[in-house]
Design a protein around this ligand. Structure first.
Ligand SMILES: CC(C)(COP(=O)(O)OP(=O)(O)OC[C@H]1O[C@@H](n2cnc3c(N)ncnc32)[C@H](O)[C@@H]1OP(=O)(O)O)[C@@H](O)C(=O)NCCC(=O)NCCS
Length: 460
């Protein structure tokens, strides 16, 4: 086979795999108001329409805060707040309704351009927040119930429900309900597979927050993915007091926005949403990139096991061969057949991201308390994501668990990398006899070793 790496083909493969998996599932889009004012909005709507047309059930929850502020100000109403929550007064609620429906119609317009039917509906039953700490919240409400069967009827007929930030009491009294709360309640009630938090701007970058050293980030500093425990850790490290904000300070505003989004993502995750994605709605193609590629372009909070190192299954063998092939062609790895791998199946592990194999490695017992780390390869499109390193650490721990005293590796091109991980060059004389006899003198690989006693994995 010829050099197999072709980024475009890989993207198409990933996209098809995801499309198959998501058809028929429900996704909620909570979209911040400023996104609707940007030039990218029409593209975002086109991409959402594409999802609807490909069989994904889409629900839109428009954020409206800034537009409500504008409308109220035009009518000389300055909102009072209790903490971060607006107190919706008697004279404000008709204007809030008007503003909420005005924003919802922007989505109707956007989807109409792609001939996707949408319905702005009264799908939220609300009740008043009442009096909190002596403060009457007036027409500010909370979600009492999502009318799931009505929404399902709309979704079943291929239409997209739009939920403005208004809910009604059983007697028909309107309440202003935060769109964040509506989005989480709808996602939970409809058992959505994903909630997208679509913002206007690049958030959750490492320069905006204090983050633990183990947080997965990309080269440009984007926080790639977090599990709920890690998200919680970031919230703790950046404990934020609203009083702290010096007015107009950009860095503080960005930090607050990041933390608000993390809190929202975490509450969705706690409510049972498996994946929450935070993306920049002003970046063209961000939605499709995030949805249909493993690396995405946003930040994902995942409640389940998203990436893992595990033993191999029969169905992994073609993927392993596919990852190795370009490296075999470059003479970096020796050629192995499917049978070779099957024969030593228990020695192999794979690095899996969202169900797809992206790296592999093996640990062979050489006897005499020594093991050989071999067949280590990472998918080129996913290099420098620490997958190689994590497989090495995993196999070192495995060797340690098996009571091995030394891990060896034979390499022609990767000595510097192994040295970084704590391996040191050794001579052929130190190999167990059988391995000494099978050493390929034509290939002349260098031999590196890591002594295990007392050393943590990866330490040099
Ligand atoms: C070695 C290999 C497994 C690393 O996989 P990976 O998932 O990209 O590894 P990591 O993310 O943990 O490490 C990447 C870092 O190692 C560096 N690196 C990769 N290959 C290297 C090499 N041959 N020599 C020195 N450094 C190397 C990268 O430049 C990167 O540096 P950065 O973190 O400063 O950007 C991968 O490059 C590969 O498949 N190589 C070919 C196969 C091979 O050599 N196998 C070992 C023989 S068994």
């Amino acid at each position: 086979m010829k050099e197999a790496f072709n980024p475009a083909i890989n993207v198409i493969r990933e996209a098809f795999a995801y499309q198959n998996r998501f058809a028929g599932s429900t996704m909620i889009f909570k979209i911040d108001f400023p996104v609707t004012t940007g030039t990218g909005f029409s593209y975002l709507m086109k991409d959402i329409a594409l999802l609807v047309n490909s069989g994904i059930r889409v629900v839109i929850v428009p954020g409206c805060k800034e537009w409500i502020d504008t409308v109220l100000l035009k009518h000389n109403i300055v909102s009072e707040y209790s903490g971060a929550e607006r107190i919706t007064s008697d004279n404000a609620i008709p204007l809030v309704e008007m503003a909420a429906f005005h924003v919802a119609t922007r989505y109707m317009t956007g989807l109409s351009a792609s001939r996707v039917d949408a319905v702005i509906g009264n799908f939220v039953r609300a009740r008043g927040r009442g009096v909190i700490d002596g403060v009457d919240m007036k027409y500010t409400g909370t979600v009492d119930k999502i009318f799931v069967s009505s929404m399902r009827r709309i979704l079943d007929s291929g239409m997209a429900p739009i939920l403005p930030c208004i809910g009604w009491s059983p007697s028909g009294k309107p309440y202003n309900v935060p769109s964040d709360e509506i989005a989480v309640s709808a996602a939970s009630a409809l058992a959505a597979v994903k909630l997208f938090i679509v913002t206007a701007g690049d958030f959750l970058k490492k320069e905006q927050l204090i983050i633990p050293a183990h947080t997965r980030t990309t080269a440009d500093g984007r926080i790639l993915r977090l599990n709920p425990r890690e998200a919680d850790e970031i919230l703790m490290l950046n404990k934020y007091d609203d009083q702290e904000t010096a007015a107009g300070e950009r860095a503080d505003k960005d930090r607050k926005k990041c933390l608000d989004m993390l809190r929202l993502a975490l509450s969705a995750s706690t409510a049972g949403v498996e994946r929450v994605h935070i993306i920049n709605g002003c970046e063209e193609g961000a939605l499709l990139n995030e949805l249909f590629t493993n690396l995405g372009v946003g930040t994902m909070l995942y409640a389940d096991e998203y990436e893992a190192i595990r033993g191999i299954r029969n169905s992994d063998v073609p993927d392993i061969l596919h990852i190795m092939e370009p490296l075999v062609c470059q003479d970096i790895l020796i050629r192995r057949s499917a049978e070779d791998i099957q024969k030593k199946k228990d020695d192999y592990v794979v690095y899996v991201i969202d169900g797809s194999v992206h790296a592999c490695g093996a640990l062979h017992d050489l006897g005499d308390g020594q093991a050989e780390l071999a067949a280590l390869a990472a998918d080129k499109a996913y290099s420098s994501m620490n997958m190689g390193r994590r497989i090495v650490y995993y196999l070192i721990e495995k060797a340690r668990g098996l009571g091995m005293r030394r891990v060896l590796v034979f390499t022609t091109k990767t000595q510097d990398w192994f040295e970084l991980l704590g391996f040191r060059e050794t001579s052929i004389d130190t190999l167990p006899q059988q391995r000494r006899e099978s050493y390929n003198y034509k290939r002349m690989s260098k031999i590196f070793a890591l002594d295990l006693f007392g050393k943590p994995a990866g330490g040099s």
